[in-house]
Design a protein around this ligand. Structure first.
Ligand SMILES: NC(=O)c1ccc[n+]([C@@H]2O[C@H](COP(=O)([O-])OP(=O)(O)OC[C@H]3O[C@@H](n4cnc5c(N)ncnc54)[C@H](OP(=O)(O)O)[C@@H]3O)[C@@H](O)[C@H]2O)c1
Length: 278
């Protein structure tokens, strides 16, 4: 292995952003460890990225397997420089519609597995005194909308975890980046969105039919995942990568609206907020 060559561990490389990332990483000359769920995707990955790669079958709802993937990776390549917690899916539906089982599964995949993978690479990165943890959040990790509360709950959780983590590990030379894309033209709305099984049609008149709206978005998203992938590769080369990395105009607009609405909260409530102090 060349000394400059980085070892990346990326979850969910079977399609979408994960696949684009794997391509960019491989083309740059780095080593790509990818996780996927099926034997077929493993075979395709091994064909596309020969030699400088390793594939692991990993369903993120099986968090017990995560430490094994990390241990095996270190045995083979001796280090992990960059972890990208990319894999995920969207559970959409009104808060009232979702079942406990649906919410549990989504949080296991979209949050618990992210924490578990992060925790598994930290001893290695601390020892290396270097490393970069890149978390796929979303525009929805900044602000949630109708029908997206459950998906947002997982992304908000990643944001909170990562804000603390960045402060905890900076002394060890470990960097953390939250990637916050708006709509990207991946398979997400095609096959990675699951709707709550229970549908309460009363909501249609009140808020619109989110199931129909999501279908219409598929294939029309403004963001190009290949460009996002090359930007992620670029920032991974920086000595001081950004903590927050927004993509698409939609995320910039969301950030702007959030600033305005928080300023309004301060203006409206500052007297009452401080009034409770001893
Ligand atoms: N596309 C967007 O508009 C958008 C916007 C903001 C953030 N994001 C985030 O970007 C990340 C990548 O999504 P994408 O847009 O590239 O969607 P995608 O094309 O649908 O890819 C999702 C990936 O996650 C994997 N995955 C899903 N459930 C999994 C599980 N239980 N265990 C292991 N892997 C699992 C999928 O594997 P299979 O092939 O086996 O299903 C696939 O590789 C996600 O975290 C998503 O929340 C996407």
């Amino acid at each position: 292995m060349k000394t400059q060559q980085k070892v990346w561990l990326v979850t969910g490389v079977s399609g979408g952003l994960g696949k684009e990332l794997a391509k960019s990483i491989y083309l740059s000359g780095d080593i790509i460890i990818g996780t996927m769920r099926s034997e077929k995707d493993k075979m395709l990955f091994e064909q596309d990225f020969p030699q400088r790669s390793k594939a692991f079958i990993l369903d993120l709802s099986d968090t017990g397997k995560i430490p094994v993937v990390v241990e095996e990776s270190v045995k083979i390549f001796g280090k992990i420089d960059v972890l990208v917690n990319n894999a995920g899916y969207g559970l959409f539906g009104m808060v009232e519609e979702a079942s406990e089982e649906e919410v549990r599964h989504q949080l296991e995949v979209n949050f618990l597995a992210v924490w578990k993978l992060t925790q598994a690479v930290l001893p290695i990165m601390r020892q290396q005194k270097s490393g970069h943890i890149i978390q796929l959040s979303s525009r929805v990790g900044i602000s949630a909308g109708v029908g997206g509360g459950l998906y947002a709950a997982g992304k908000f959780a990643i944001e909170g975890l990562s804000e603390a983590l960045a402060q905890e590990v900076s002394a060890f030379g470990i960097k953390v980046t939250l990637v916050e894309p708006g709509p990207l033209r991946t398979d997400f709305f095609g096959r990675s969105v699951v709707f709550a099984q229970k549908e309460i049609t009363d909501y249609h008149a009140a808020t619109g039919n989110i199931r129909e709206r999501s279908k219409q978005m598929d294939g029309k998203q403004p963001g190009d995942p290949a460009k996002v992938a090359s930007s992620i590769l670029e920032i991974s080369r920086l000595e001081n990568p950004p903590f927050r990395l927004p993509f698409t105009q939609a995320t910039l607009d969301t950030l702007q609206q959030k600033i305005i609405s928080y300023q309004q909260v301060i203006d409206d409530w500052k007297e009452i907020a401080v009034q409770v102090q001893y």
